[in-house]
Design a binder for this molecule. Structure first.
Ligand code: HEM
Ligand SMILES: Cc1cc2nc3c(=O)[nH]c(=O)nc-3n(C[C@H](O)[C@H](O)[C@H](O)COP(=O)(O)O)c2cc1C
Length: 687
């Protein structure tokens, strides 16, 4: 808010007046709730203090807001959200206190803690948290519900019958004398053994999983109040708390500062744990710098599409690129930054900017890339101005402008899926701008948006940009020539490093999403690993796969090849090497075929049915842009009959089997996320 209140600092000499005023108000409200209104009227001194505190808060809020309005800033802070948007302003204390109780219960119940952490690792892993994750965090939600059951942060509700004459009998038992106030003590309601059973006092989130929660009797769980005046921030609070828990547990391990800590409660208008101090330790593999962002493992996320196939080196007059992003929650912005990094790596002048910045600024000579999301079919908050502007342009006013559009969306919004990127594409074309590539798209419901985007860059975007610069597709393929030679192999595959043993591999993700794996390696004795260092892993394709590839290519294990390339390539060139070694160590045989490879294979197909089959794979790929679903080159070679195939099959993406791993050691075992440019669909069995 641009103002420091020191409300959380224990070291502050004196709390900010705001803290005192709030505490005064909360205490008074609590006391007032418990006494008759006529009696409150007589509390002159307390009432005067209450009014003073109220007046102080109003004045302070007015000052803070006026200051920001007089000095506008682009900061993404809460104050801007409140001043410029409609975000709700209440409920932060109740939600904060809920989180504090949750942390307490998790630390006090290690099994529950482990289950929650496992869910967050499985669903979110090291990815930036996205809206799609939230629905899948069902155990986390159950933990929040259970914490609110045992410790409803608003612990008392006051209700009063209205418009009644005469006595009322509640539950056939209790008679009320007219409009009398009743206090509902949630602490008791929520621990009623007749509803919650003998273990009502235990923290047991299983009872709050959706299927069990739905079976609870009505009114058994009321942390958000009652009837028409119940909490309007209920959904918001859950969403906010789920996000906070996911981000916190993604990055930190928590433990009691005092292992003997016994829960005691501090109460004002809401309740919170008293004197609860916690140790938070960065989780293995988490970069301390990433804790200031909504993401972990930044290295993996920001990794641009590889420039190993840089056909632009040596090209003069590269057109500058501007990448505009329409983004509310950061996904499209992340993609824009990723593309900008890739472009800079390739020697382009490139910047990323918010979509609204494109208003009135599109011009020939600059390639404009648009990456945008939609929200209920509407533009993002940083793109609405641009959409208004471009909708109102006169015909042909964008003649000469060259553009590319990539859409971020989620198929669950069926009627408005990709509406804004589609609209941007249509309007740009309508006004005379020229698209240099077919529109790309990612579907968040399909899983990893960044992977879909990086794939699109490699197989569609960069080849089209090459075209734009007069570099004809195929140049890079032709640049790589392979011949079977009758020489002794002199090339030795990289043998540096040590052999590690894969101790455990298991899938962290559900079957329907793109797989992520947990991999545990044991390093040989005497090999230490320092926290924060990089580990380079050189996986091998399994022998069985290599043999299949040799057969598909009509090669024998001891055939010797020589590669020649005029472009830079990580493949070993100019030395005779065993075909087996090339296929084992240098090519990822599991990688899905790229669009370009599919097209080339289709053109080499001898049988019409095979051609059709490849066409339909290409169509499906173009429609969904989900490369991971495509078969690998090897699978295709085994399935279709190809004539005149250059050998090995043409590959623009000279992808190597070099995976960089961000790793961390725990005792002698290693735990890490496997980060690779194109994730293998099966984990290599040896390292
Ligand atoms: C865990 C977090 C929260 C809890 C436990 C909670 C609980 C409650 C309860 C019990 C009430 C009813 C009070 C009564 O009947 O006397 C209430 C009302 C209300 N809450 Fe929340 N709340 C939470 C978070 C939020 C958030 C995040 C917001 C705003 C985004 C919010 C906005 C409101 C508002 C505006 C009312 C008054 C509704 C009315 O009087 O019509 N609350 N809340
Ligand atoms: C409230 C809401 C509404 C959405 N509406 C749409 C929509 O109409 N069409 C669509 O394709 N995607 C829709 N999505 C999905 C988002 O566009 C998608 O998650 C996108 O990756 C978010 O991008 P951003 O992080 O750049 O804002 C919606 C998401 C949310 C949370």
């Amino acid at each position: 808010m641009d103002t420091r209140f020191n409300s959380l600092s224990r070291d502050a000499d004196e709390p900010h007046k705001l803290v005192n005023a709030l505490n005064g108000i909360f205490s008074e409200v609590t006391v007032r709730a418990a006494r008759p209104a006529w009696f409150t009227k007589l509390q002159w001194s307390a009432n005067r203090k209450f009014d003073e505190n109220n007046a102080f808060l109003r004045k302070l809020a007015h000052e803070v807001i006026s200051h920001r309005r007089a000095n506008p800033s682009q900061k993404k802070d809460l104050l801007n959200a409140l001043v410029n948007g409609k975000d709700p302003a209440t409920g932060s204390e109740t939600t904060g206190n809920l989180l504090a109780f949750l942390l307490y219960y998790l630390m006090a119940n290690p099994k529950v803690y482990a289950t929650l952490r496992e869910e967050i690792d499985r669903v979110v892993g090291g990815d930036p948290l996205a809206p799609e994750h939230l629905n899948k965090l069902s155990y986390t939600k159950a933990c929040l519900r259970e914490a609110l059951r045992l410790q409803p942060t608003v612990p008392v509700l006051a209700v009063k019958p209205v418009d009644v004459d005469g006595p009322i009998v509640l539950g056939h038992k209790w008679e009320l004398d007219g409009p009398q106030t009743i206090l509902i003590l949630l602490h008791h309601l929520h621990r009623d053994a007749s509803v919650w059973g003998e273990n009502a006092e235990d923290f047991n989130p299983e009872r709050m999983l959706d299927k069990n929660f739905a079976k609870l009797p009505p009114n058994a769980w009321k942390p958000f109040g009652n009837g028409q005046r119940s909490c309007i921030g209920n959904e918001f609070a859950f969403q906010e708390a789920t996000i906070a828990v996911a981000l916190l547990f993604q990055k930190f391990d928590f433990s009691f500062a005092d292992p003997e800590y016994k829960l005691t409660i501090k109460q004002a208008a809401s309740i919170k744990p008293a004197n609860l101090f916690i140790h938070a330790k960065l989780r293995p593999g988490v970069d301390a710098l990433s804790t200031t962002q909504g993401v972990v493992h930044e290295d993996t996320i920001g990794k641009p599409a590889p420039a190993t196939d840089n056909v632009f080196s040596g090209v003069n007059d590269l057109k500058p690129i501007i990448v505009y992003y329409g983004s509310n929650m950061g996904t499209s912005m992340e993609l824009a930054n990723n593309l900008a990094k890739s472009a800079i790596q390739r020697g382009f002048q490139c910047t990323a900017a918010a979509l609204d910045e494109a208003t009135g600024s599109l011009r020939p000579g600059v390639l404009s890339v648009f990456i945008s999301s939609s929200y209920d079919g509407q533009p993002t908050s940083n793109g609405a101005k641009f959409i208004d502007w471009i909708s109102a342009l006169s015909p042909n006013s964008l003649t000469g402008v060259e553009f590319v559009v990539f859409g971020c969306g989620n198929r669950e919004w069926r009627d408005t899926f990709q509406r804004i990127p589609n609209l941007i594409f249509a309007l740009l074309e309508k006004h005379g701008a020229k698209s240099i590539a077919a529109k790309g798209s990612a579907d968040a419901a399909e899983g990893d948006v960044l992977a879909q985007f990086v794939t699109w860059q490699a197989s569609d975007f960069w080849p089209c940009v090459a075209n734009l610069h007069g570099i004809t597709p195929g140049t890079t393929d032709e640049a790589l020539r392979v011949a079977v030679v009758h020489q002794k192999p002199t090339f030795q595959p990289i043998q540096t490093g040590v052999s590690a043993i894969v101790k455990k591999v298991y899938q962290l993700t559900d079957d329907e999403v793109r797989p992520k794996y947990h991999l545990e390696l044991e390093l040989p004795e005497r090999h230490n690993y320092e926290v924060g260092g990089y580990l380079e892993i050189l996986p091998r394709n399994p022998l069985e796969l290599v043999k299949r590839a040799l057969t598909a290519l009509g090669l024998k294990e001891d055939d010797v090849l020589e590669l020649e390339s005029s472009a830079s390539t990580p493949l070993p060139t100019g030395v005779p090497l065993l075909a087996k070694d090339l296929l084992s160590h240098h090519l990822d045989l599991n990688q899905p075929a790229t669009v370009k490879q599919l097209e080339l294979l289709r053109d080499c197909c001898e049988v019409a049915e095979d051609k059709q089959a490849l066409d339909s794979i290409l169509e499906e790929g173009n429609r969904t842009n989900v490369l991971t679903r495509r078969p690998s080159l090897l699978q295709i070679l085994e399935a279709v009959k190809i004539g005149n195939l250059p050998m090995p099959p043409p590959t623009t993406q000279t992808q190597t089997l070099l995976y960089f791993i961000l790793a961390i050691i725990i005792a002698v075992k290693m735990y890490f996320d496997l980060v690779c440019l194109a994730a293998p669909r099966s984990i290599p069995s040896s390292v």
